[in-house]
Design a protein around this ligand. Structure first.
Ligand SMILES: [Zn+2]
Length: 293
């Protein structure tokens, strides 16, 4: 079970995510390389953060389309949970000199699509460029350029070994429209001064302690201290969850031409499809398809 907390202060709102379980499930399903899961885990964690504002049956999808080996990643979240897909989970790159995964070069440059289906006639589709390729900055850039909301995001994924996630998650702080300049500089100083998110998790800190660390003793360049009081609005659990079912795949299959279906049935005896998001397999026999043949 992964955990999300969100809340507000006078000058900002915040979301913190512990996405270890979600990223572990994604690793199990997609068999990602170590660098690919570092990238994909960042996207999943970031999408969980962004998804905290969804209501009812809203669906939020983030899709990256880039010129690096990873090519395409998708993460989509609704009230039931988050799921994701990546086109090239096996691609990998050597770690950087500091031991960090080379997420930037695995992703490369390209486009981030933010698609919000709020139950209206057409979904909202935001388009932003991916310049940095480490996802955190790219999502923050989207918020600044598309939603005019100054945003700071930290994301990290650390593995214990190639099959096991040690930690994953991060935090996002967004400035309220009325935030004072002095708060912004204090926040920047603070984030520059604390250890990165992976090290905080490694040090055994949970989300509440990280939240406290972010807002306690903020200082501006004149060393004026300020304790920004925060209040947690809600704490929730989010799982990796796929809502696929046999009926959905049936509807997809019957859009194929009749002779195409016949060819597959002749060759394989039945038609097997696999869900991109969760890996579940569905099999349709000639009997299942008798209405459309
Ligand atoms: Zn599925």
């Amino acid at each position: 079970m992964s955990k999300v907390i969100r809340g507000t202060t006078k000058s900002s709102r915040f979301v913190l995510v512990d996405a270890k379980e979600i990223v572990q499930e994604a690793l199990n399903i997609h068999k990602c390389s170590p660098t690919a899961i570092a990238a994909f885990g960042r996207l999943l964690s970031g999408t969980v953060m962004m998804g905290t504002t969804l209501k009812g049956n809203d669906v939020l999808t983030l899709r990256t389309t880039t010129d690096g080996p990873l090519s395409t990643m998708i993460a989509t979240i609704n009230k039931d949970g988050i799921k994701g897909y990546l086109s090239n989970p096996e691609v990998d790159l050597p770690s950087l000199e500091n031991g960090q995964p080379d997420v930037k070069n695995l992703i490369g440059k390209g486009v981030l699509n933010v698609i919000k289906d709020l139950g209206l006639k057409d979904p909202y589709v935001g388009v932003s460029t991916i310049e940095d390729g480490e996802i955190a900055y790219d999502i923050a850039y989207y918020y600044v350029t598309s939603e005019q909301t100054p945003t700071v995001i930290a994301l990290g994924v650390e593995l214990e070994n190639e099959n096991t996630v040690r930690s994953a998650g991060g935090y996002m702080i967004q400035l309220m429209p009325n935030a004072e300049e002095s708060f912004i500089s204090k926040l920047e100083n603070k984030i520059g001064a604390i250890r990165n998110i992976t090290e905080l998790f490694k040090g055994g800190m949970d989300l509440e302690r990280i939240l406290h660390l972010l807002y306690e003793d903020m200082e501006d360049e004149n060393n004026t201290k300020l304790i920004e009081e925060y209040s947690i609005l809600d704490t929730r659990e989010v799982n990796y969850a796929c809502d696929c079912n046999s009926e959905k795949f049936y509807k997809g299959i019957i859009t194929l031409a009749k002779d195409e279906l016949e060819d597959i049935l002749k060759e394989n005896g039945n038609i097997e499809v696999q869900c991109h998001f969760c890996g579940k397999k569905y099999s349709f026999s000639r009997e299942d398809l008798k209405d459309v043949l």
